[in-house]
Design a protein around this ligand. Structure first.
Ligand SMILES: [Fe+2]
Length: 184
């Protein structure tokens, strides 16, 4: 008589930890990056005390890094904007934490209020500006980490503008204490 069954052969899976899929420590999909951003957004203790507002230059702070990705905190006083840009070879998730930001793309203009998210792939071109009367705060996840942010002034002369703005960014990056471009 054979009384074995699968459970007896394999044992109870709950007692065999190496057979269980461990929860991922770091996000690895677009949905997980968006989820990471939402979880940080919901936990103000992780970011609210770090926020500074600077009327003279864009303020940004690297909140967290992980394998291949970076999380940045940005503030926007009324009137501050990113200029029209892409994100090099990075994909990203933009999440508004406080206030309202306006995003302009070739498809139109959208008001992004607290909790709104934008997911973008390499090559996505947009401009983000605080058109409101109150300061705004946003969270940006980049995968891989942002290494360049080519500026676009006109759809008709991007190549020329990229070359010019690369030189501009490098010069200003040094002036701001590092080669890293302002994030947005
Ligand atoms: Fe951006």
């Amino acid at each position: 008589m054979n009384s074995d069954n699968d459970l007896q052969i394999a044992g109870d899976i709950l007692e065999v930890p190496h057979l269980l899929q461990p929860p991922r420590e770091h996000p690895a999909t677009v949905a997980e990056f968006a989820g990471l951003a939402r979880s940080i957004a919901a936990d103000r203790a992780q970011w609210a005390h770090l926020v500074r507002y600077d009327a003279t230059t864009r303020w940004y702070h690297r909140l967290r890094t992980g394998p291949g990705y970076e999380v940045w905190l940005l503030s926007w006083v009324p009137g501050q904007g990113s200029g029209r840009h892409d994100h090099g070879r990075s994909s990203g998730v933009l999440t508004v934490l406080e206030g309202t930001l306006t995003e302009r793309t070739e498809r139109g203009t959208h008001a992004l209020s607290a909790g709104a998210q934008r997911v973008f792939a390499p090559g996505y071109v947009h401009e983000v500006v605080n058109d409101a009367l109150e300061p705004a705060v946003s969270l940006h996840v980049y995968y891989p980490g942002l290494t360049e942010m080519p500026m676009h002034t006109s759809p008709h002369c991007e190549a020329r503008d990229k070359a010019r703005d690369k030189a501009h960014d490098e010069a200003h990056g040094e002036a701001h204490g590092g080669a890293r471009p302002v994030t947005a």
